[in-house]
Write a protein that binds this ligand. Structure first.
Ligand SMILES: Nc1ncnc2c1ncn2[C@@H]1O[C@H](COP(=O)(O)OP(=O)(O)O)[C@@H](O)[C@H]1O
Ligand SMILES: [Mg+2]
Length: 167
């Protein structure tokens, strides 16, 4: 899996996959409108989060495959807020444009315990709660870009984007 992890004990740890550096030939990243923000502390809000992103994708004519990938990713990220972040968190979703491509950006944020080792958390089957351990690696596979930033004791932020057309 392409990507890199930087490990340090005082600083946040970060994993990035497919993110274009600022000033890249792909152009400036623009958000189209205000992000839709769904607070997620309980299971029914997981459904609310993925329904929101499905509506957003369908309203802008995203293909079924892209929509399915983004909906699944939002469901996994939201589920992680309920399961792993002590007080839940938020999922924000917004349409984005970069050059002549359009996409969807999803940000999952919490002030929970943080992830001790992001590369371990990205291994298929790894779970600290006896879960499936397929959520986070699934998000990285389904989305085109992903950045996970986490600080032990302070929280986790995942930014992920999917572009249309689907690769
Ligand atoms: N928001 C989060 N805050 C803290 N830890 C997290 C968060 N999301 C994921 N993790 C950690 O990463 C591991 C892997 O996540 P995931 O692949 O979704 O599997 P699962 O949710 O089934 O445990 C989790 O078991 C947990 O330790
Ligand atoms: Mg999970």
């Amino acid at each position: 899996m392409p990507g890199e992890t930087q490990i340090s004990h005082e600083q946040p740890t970060r994993y990035t996959m497919g993110i274009c550096k600022p000033g890249s030939p792909a152009g400036e990243l623009k958000q189209l409108g205000q992000p839709m923000v769904v607070p997620v502390t309980a299971e029914h809000q997981v459904i609310q989060a993925w329904q929101t992103v499905r509506t957003l994708a369908e309203s802008d004519g995203f293909g079924r495959v892209v929509t399915y990938y983004v909906v699944t990713s939002v469901a996994e990220l939201a589920n992680n807020l309920v399961l792993h972040a002590s007080r839940g968190g938020t999922i924000s979703m917004v349409l984005v444009r970069q050059g002549d491509r359009k996409g969807i950006e999803v940000v999952a944020e919490d002030d929970g315990p943080g992830i001790a080792d992001i590369s371990q958390a990205l291994q298929d089957g790894f779970s600290t709660i006896g879960g499936m351990g397929s959520g986070l690696p699934g998000v990285v596979r389904l989305m085109d870009e992903c950045e996970i930033t986490s600080t032990l004791g302070s929280g986790t932020r995942v930014v992920a984007r999917k572009w249309q057309p689907c690769r």
